[in-house]
Design a protein. Structure first.
Length: 218
Protein backbone atom coordinates (compact mmCIF):
# COMPACT_ATOMS: atom_id res chain seq x y z
CA UNK A 1 0.00 0.00 0.00
CA UNK A 2 1.39 3.40 -1.01
CA UNK A 3 -0.15 5.34 1.84
CA UNK A 4 1.49 8.60 0.74
CA UNK A 5 -0.46 8.43 -2.51
CA UNK A 6 -3.73 8.15 -0.59
CA UNK A 7 -3.20 11.43 1.25
CA UNK A 8 -4.48 14.87 0.25
CA UNK A 9 -2.15 17.10 2.30
CA UNK A 10 -4.56 19.77 3.47
CA UNK A 11 -4.45 23.35 4.72
CA UNK A 12 -7.82 25.12 4.66
CA UNK A 13 -7.57 27.35 7.73
CA UNK A 14 -8.72 30.91 6.98
CA UNK A 15 -5.60 32.38 8.59
CA UNK A 16 -3.12 30.31 6.55
CA UNK A 17 -0.33 32.58 5.29
CA UNK A 18 1.65 32.38 2.07
CA UNK A 19 4.60 30.87 3.93
CA UNK A 20 2.28 28.17 5.29
CA UNK A 21 1.16 27.24 1.78
CA UNK A 22 4.77 27.11 0.63
CA UNK A 23 5.62 24.79 3.52
CA UNK A 24 2.60 22.59 2.68
CA UNK A 25 3.81 22.23 -0.90
CA UNK A 26 7.39 21.53 0.20
CA UNK A 27 6.14 18.76 2.47
CA UNK A 28 3.94 17.37 -0.31
CA UNK A 29 6.96 17.18 -2.61
CA UNK A 30 9.14 15.59 0.08
CA UNK A 31 6.63 12.87 0.93
CA UNK A 32 5.13 12.61 -2.57
CA UNK A 33 1.54 12.97 -1.43
CA UNK A 34 -1.34 12.56 -3.86
CA UNK A 35 -2.25 16.24 -3.67
CA UNK A 36 -2.31 19.41 -1.67
CA UNK A 37 -5.77 20.71 -0.84
CA UNK A 38 -5.92 24.49 -0.49
CA UNK A 39 -8.47 27.28 -0.58
CA UNK A 40 -9.12 28.77 -4.05
CA UNK A 41 -7.04 31.90 -3.44
CA UNK A 42 -3.90 29.74 -3.10
CA UNK A 43 -4.41 27.54 -6.16
CA UNK A 44 -2.18 29.61 -8.46
CA UNK A 45 0.68 29.61 -5.95
CA UNK A 46 0.38 25.88 -5.27
CA UNK A 47 0.25 25.16 -9.01
CA UNK A 48 3.42 27.16 -9.54
CA UNK A 49 5.24 25.44 -6.68
CA UNK A 50 4.17 21.95 -7.75
CA UNK A 51 4.64 22.44 -11.49
CA UNK A 52 6.10 19.37 -13.23
CA UNK A 53 5.73 17.29 -10.04
CA UNK A 54 3.51 14.28 -9.47
CA UNK A 55 1.59 16.10 -6.71
CA UNK A 56 -1.80 17.40 -7.80
CA UNK A 57 -3.47 20.64 -6.72
CA UNK A 58 -6.91 20.19 -5.18
CA UNK A 59 -9.22 22.99 -4.11
CA UNK A 60 -12.57 23.37 -2.37
CA UNK A 61 -15.78 24.77 -3.83
CA UNK A 62 -18.76 26.20 -1.93
CA UNK A 63 -16.68 25.72 1.17
CA UNK A 64 -17.43 25.08 3.98
CA UNK A 65 -21.23 25.46 4.04
CA UNK A 66 -22.27 24.29 0.58
CA UNK A 67 -24.96 26.97 0.48
CA UNK A 68 -23.54 29.13 -2.32
CA UNK A 69 -25.69 29.52 -5.41
CA UNK A 70 -24.99 26.85 -8.02
CA UNK A 71 -23.78 29.42 -10.54
CA UNK A 72 -21.30 30.75 -7.98
CA UNK A 73 -19.97 27.24 -7.44
CA UNK A 74 -19.61 26.76 -11.19
CA UNK A 75 -17.69 30.04 -11.47
CA UNK A 76 -15.43 28.95 -8.60
CA UNK A 77 -14.63 25.74 -10.46
CA UNK A 78 -13.87 27.47 -13.76
CA UNK A 79 -11.66 30.02 -12.03
CA UNK A 80 -9.83 27.31 -10.11
CA UNK A 81 -9.17 25.32 -13.28
CA UNK A 82 -7.77 28.43 -14.97
CA UNK A 83 -5.38 28.83 -12.03
CA UNK A 84 -4.21 25.21 -12.26
CA UNK A 85 -6.49 23.12 -10.04
CA UNK A 86 -6.58 19.44 -10.95
CA UNK A 87 -9.09 18.12 -8.41
CA UNK A 88 -12.29 19.64 -7.07
CA UNK A 89 -13.80 19.04 -3.62
CA UNK A 90 -17.27 20.59 -3.65
CA UNK A 91 -19.67 20.84 -0.71
CA UNK A 92 -23.14 19.49 -1.42
CA UNK A 93 -26.09 21.79 -0.75
CA UNK A 94 -26.94 20.28 2.63
CA UNK A 95 -30.10 22.32 3.15
CA UNK A 96 -31.50 21.29 -0.25
CA UNK A 97 -30.71 17.63 0.47
CA UNK A 98 -32.44 17.75 3.85
CA UNK A 99 -35.41 19.52 2.20
CA UNK A 100 -35.63 16.61 -0.27
CA UNK A 101 -34.92 18.91 -3.22
CA UNK A 102 -33.08 16.03 -4.83
CA UNK A 103 -33.30 17.26 -8.42
CA UNK A 104 -31.64 20.55 -7.48
CA UNK A 105 -28.86 18.73 -5.64
CA UNK A 106 -28.25 16.31 -8.50
CA UNK A 107 -28.31 18.98 -11.20
CA UNK A 108 -25.79 21.07 -9.30
CA UNK A 109 -23.36 18.16 -9.01
CA UNK A 110 -23.87 17.24 -12.69
CA UNK A 111 -23.06 20.80 -13.71
CA UNK A 112 -19.94 20.86 -11.53
CA UNK A 113 -18.77 17.59 -13.08
CA UNK A 114 -19.39 19.02 -16.54
CA UNK A 115 -17.50 22.28 -15.99
CA UNK A 116 -14.66 20.34 -14.35
CA UNK A 117 -13.92 18.86 -17.79
CA UNK A 118 -12.78 15.42 -16.67
CA UNK A 119 -10.98 16.46 -13.50
CA UNK A 120 -11.68 14.45 -10.38
CA UNK A 121 -14.75 15.74 -8.50
CA UNK A 122 -15.27 14.82 -4.86
CA UNK A 123 -18.57 15.70 -3.23
CA UNK A 124 -18.42 16.59 0.47
CA UNK A 125 -21.55 15.35 2.24
CA UNK A 126 -20.84 16.67 5.77
CA UNK A 127 -22.04 13.37 7.22
CA UNK A 128 -22.28 14.67 10.79
CA UNK A 129 -25.26 16.80 9.71
CA UNK A 130 -27.06 13.92 7.98
CA UNK A 131 -28.92 10.85 9.20
CA UNK A 132 -28.26 7.42 7.68
CA UNK A 133 -31.09 7.75 5.16
CA UNK A 134 -29.79 11.13 4.01
CA UNK A 135 -26.23 9.82 3.65
CA UNK A 136 -27.47 6.91 1.54
CA UNK A 137 -29.61 9.22 -0.61
CA UNK A 138 -26.73 11.65 -1.11
CA UNK A 139 -24.50 8.80 -2.28
CA UNK A 140 -27.12 7.65 -4.79
CA UNK A 141 -27.44 11.22 -6.11
CA UNK A 142 -23.67 11.62 -6.43
CA UNK A 143 -23.45 8.32 -8.31
CA UNK A 144 -26.10 9.38 -10.81
CA UNK A 145 -24.54 12.82 -11.20
CA UNK A 146 -21.19 11.35 -12.26
CA UNK A 147 -19.03 12.40 -9.31
CA UNK A 148 -15.82 10.44 -8.81
CA UNK A 149 -15.76 10.47 -5.00
CA UNK A 150 -18.02 11.06 -2.05
CA UNK A 151 -16.25 12.69 0.88
CA UNK A 152 -17.25 12.59 4.52
CA UNK A 153 -16.58 16.05 5.89
CA UNK A 154 -15.23 19.56 5.56
CA UNK A 155 -13.46 19.35 8.91
CA UNK A 156 -15.24 22.58 9.86
CA UNK A 157 -18.47 21.18 11.32
CA UNK A 158 -19.20 19.43 14.62
CA UNK A 159 -17.64 16.05 13.74
CA UNK A 160 -15.37 14.51 11.14
CA UNK A 161 -14.99 11.11 9.53
CA UNK A 162 -16.48 7.96 11.07
CA UNK A 163 -15.85 4.41 9.93
CA UNK A 164 -19.54 3.56 10.21
CA UNK A 165 -20.41 6.39 7.80
CA UNK A 166 -17.77 5.25 5.32
CA UNK A 167 -19.20 1.71 5.36
CA UNK A 168 -22.67 3.12 4.70
CA UNK A 169 -21.34 5.28 1.86
CA UNK A 170 -19.58 2.25 0.35
CA UNK A 171 -22.91 0.39 0.26
CA UNK A 172 -24.62 3.18 -1.68
CA UNK A 173 -22.17 4.14 -4.42
CA UNK A 174 -21.23 2.42 -7.65
CA UNK A 175 -18.18 0.15 -7.82
CA UNK A 176 -16.21 2.71 -9.81
CA UNK A 177 -16.77 5.49 -7.27
CA UNK A 178 -14.41 6.09 -4.37
CA UNK A 179 -14.57 7.54 -0.87
CA UNK A 180 -12.46 10.26 0.73
CA UNK A 181 -12.35 10.39 4.51
CA UNK A 182 -11.56 13.73 6.10
CA UNK A 183 -12.02 15.54 9.37
CA UNK A 184 -10.27 14.56 12.59
CA UNK A 185 -7.76 12.15 11.02
CA UNK A 186 -4.61 13.02 12.93
CA UNK A 187 -2.71 9.75 13.32
CA UNK A 188 -1.96 6.48 11.56
CA UNK A 189 -4.46 4.44 13.58
CA UNK A 190 -7.34 6.69 12.52
CA UNK A 191 -6.17 6.77 8.90
CA UNK A 192 -5.99 2.98 8.71
CA UNK A 193 -9.41 2.70 10.35
CA UNK A 194 -10.84 4.82 7.54
CA UNK A 195 -9.04 2.83 4.85
CA UNK A 196 -10.18 -0.48 6.30
CA UNK A 197 -13.76 0.84 6.27
CA UNK A 198 -13.51 1.57 2.54
CA UNK A 199 -11.83 4.95 2.04
CA UNK A 200 -9.27 5.21 -0.76
CA UNK A 201 -8.25 8.80 -0.06
CA UNK A 202 -7.47 10.55 3.22
CA UNK A 203 -7.77 14.31 3.65
CA UNK A 204 -5.65 15.49 6.56
CA UNK A 205 -3.60 18.41 7.79
CA UNK A 206 -1.51 15.85 9.71
CA UNK A 207 -0.25 14.05 6.61
CA UNK A 208 3.40 14.34 7.60
CA UNK A 209 2.82 12.87 11.07
CA UNK A 210 0.72 10.05 9.60
CA UNK A 211 3.25 9.05 6.95
CA UNK A 212 6.22 9.30 9.31
CA UNK A 213 4.45 7.03 11.78
CA UNK A 214 3.68 4.63 8.91
CA UNK A 215 7.29 4.66 7.69
CA UNK A 216 8.57 3.98 11.20
CA UNK A 217 6.40 0.87 11.38
CA UNK A 218 7.19 -0.48 7.90
Amino acid sequence: MKLNKMIDHTLLKPDAKEEDIKKLCEEALKYDFKSVCVNPCWVALASELLDKSDVKVCTVIGFPLGASHSKVKEFEVKNALEKGAEEIDMVINIGFLKSKKYDLVENEIKNIVEVSEGRTVKVILETCLLDREEIAKACEICTRAGAHFVKTSTGFSKEGAKAEDIKLMKENISEKMQIKASGGIRDLKKALEMINAGATRIGASSGVAIIEEYNDEN
